[in-house]
Design a protein around this ligand. Sequence first.
Ligand code: KIV
Length: 274
Amino acid sequence: MPEGGKRVRILDFKEKKRRGEKIAVLTAYDAAMAHLLDRAGVDALLVGDSLGMVVLGYETTLPVTLDDMVHHTAAVARGASRALIIADMPFLSYQVSVSEAVRNAGRLIQEGGAAAVKIEGGEPVLEVARRLVDIGIPVMGHLGLVPQSVHQLGGYRQQAKAERDAERLIANARALEQAGVFSIVLESIPAEVARAVTAALEIPTIGIGAGPYCDGQVLVSHDILGLYPGPVPPFVKQYAKVGEQITAAAKAYVDEVREGVFPALEQPVRGSRR
Ligand code: KIV
């Protein structure tokens, strides 16, 4: 499927921030969608562990395994030729020890074809971030609402609202930058806190539910396309309702089969796709 064009690299992220150009990121989980989003010109495709919720039907991201992530990352990598491919490290794949984190991140790069990995959290993951960067694996951080800690946070709620929490978040962002991460996702925090983090860092911030002042934005593609049947976060803008079109098309097919309208007697003979 790859179509060509200059591949986006992590250095382009920093350069875009320097030039004041916004960075557009979407999630992807399979080759066909990766191909379509890549053609639209996204800078990066994040193979998020949101996979668990929007594709695999789980209630949280916690059941997603490393094997799931390797499988879906490899599909995305086959479908996209330009966007930077970033793979989420799933729950428990980087929290147990630095050496396990290295091995697991290595699988996402080696077997999955990702160019970078994303890990959630601040101070507790600094050593892992430093080690991965030291051995040549680019790392994206993720602060604010970190979905792998949903039970600790007491639900999917906005973070860093109190001044002390906002100060801690800014300190964590600085520490991640020092550790060598190339970019940080800021999820569900007040716009003014995101603005302060963005101003404090040389690396770009990528916001989701964090207002307009970040250096870039990321959204879950199923949310913006209307593909996910569950509730959509309030900060999402829906650019299409593809789910409704799919149901309408499938219903038209069902009706035509039942009524004997499809297939027509005279079908044009075409080559098979398989
Ligand atoms: O898993 C995911 O899709 C994410 C984004 C929402 C940032 O982490």
